[in-house]
Design a protein around this ligand. Sequence first.
Ligand code: ADP
Length: 243
Amino acid sequence: MFKINDIQKKFGSKSVLQGISTEFPEHQTTVIVGPSGSGKTTLLRSLDLLVQPDAGTLALDDLQVDFSRPVDKKTKNEFRDQTSMVFQNWNLFPNLTILQNITVAPIYVQKVPKEQAETQARALLKEVGLSDYADVYPQELSGGQQQRISICRALAVHPKYILLDEPTSALDPEMETQVLKMLEQLAGEGQSMIVVTHNMQFAKNAADKILFLEDGQLQFDGSCADFFAHPTPRVTNFLQGIS
Ligand code: ADP
């Protein structure tokens, strides 16, 4: 189980996360929604220790992190063995082929034998219909294809949780659909995911749990079904505002 308790973060005098406590169930998809500037990305990055909150704790199974002290490198590494982040702009290594992009972490971080890592990477590419691109460089692929590769790269290290920060916001609608289909399939297979998104249709299709964040506070923390079936007045406004 992945849990956070009373996470607080200020940037200057601005309180961006004001005491967030929740849990992210395993084998489920938790979707984080909310207006722009509400703290979604900061929360997600805190979960991957890319941002150090000022206070609060985080626990992932036996691993415990107390943010009131600097997080040491060993803890960061142990933690990141269990989580994998997918960024908005995919961040593939431009000088590596697609196969190398997917195998670099398994080979050099996890010490998986090269042949085994490549076999697994080819299997992942086959699953997403991108086998033909194993030996080309990222710039030869569309944005949607690159984002699907970056999701394969995240999966290749067998993380407990995949964290995705607005994975389709840099894509045009057709490519967005391809990426969302892939994520819905992963959700259906029980991959534990935490996704920041503005795409409410995706939230409806794939989320088990929804967190609605506003001004750094959780205004809703519950099931996807409840979120859409019994929205609070504030959630109704939000849903109307973006649809
Ligand atoms: P969201 O993802 O919901 O749009 P963010 O987490 O990106 O929200 O940002 C929340 C607030 O924190 C915003 O006001 C943003 O300007 C501010 N913020 C985010 N990152 C930084 C930073 N590195 N330095 C200063 N302010 C930041």
